[in-house]
Design a protein around this ligand. Structure first.
Ligand SMILES: [Zn+2]
Length: 107
């Protein structure tokens, strides 16, 4: 078992007034991850090259007011988000969300 699987979310909420996801973790940490930062860091093959890891998505093309329109769990390891710009192929694993939480301003 990898270190990354030692924490799981206990609660995930889309906080629309503040434009971010509120995530509570099993180790007691909580993160506020801005929608736009999360959309810009989408890990899908259309946004990041699978071969070079190069980011293909131009953040300037992501609307400022981006929002999730649907959120669902993918198995017990990731979050699948449909965004208001129509993009829905990104899976955000727990370790990815933790890393985004590390980068986000303190909630
Ligand atoms: Zn993507």
């Amino acid at each position: 078992m990898s270190r990354d699987s030692s924490f799981t979310p206990t609660d995930i909420k889309a906080d629309r007034p503040n434009g971010r996801f509120e995530i509570a973790w099993s180790d007691g940490r909580s993160d506020g991850i801005p929608f736009r930062a999360m959309r810009c860091d989408c890990p899908c093959a259309a946004c990041v090259s699978e071969f070079t890891g190069e980011r293909l998505l131009d953040p300037a093309k992501v609307p400022e007011a981006i929002e999730p329109t649907a959120v669902e769990l993918a198995g017990n390891y990731a979050l699948k988000v449909r965004w208001s710009d129509g993009h829905d192929t990104g899976l955000y694993t727990w370790s990815h969300l933790r890393r985004l939480g590390d980068d986000a301003p303190a909630a």
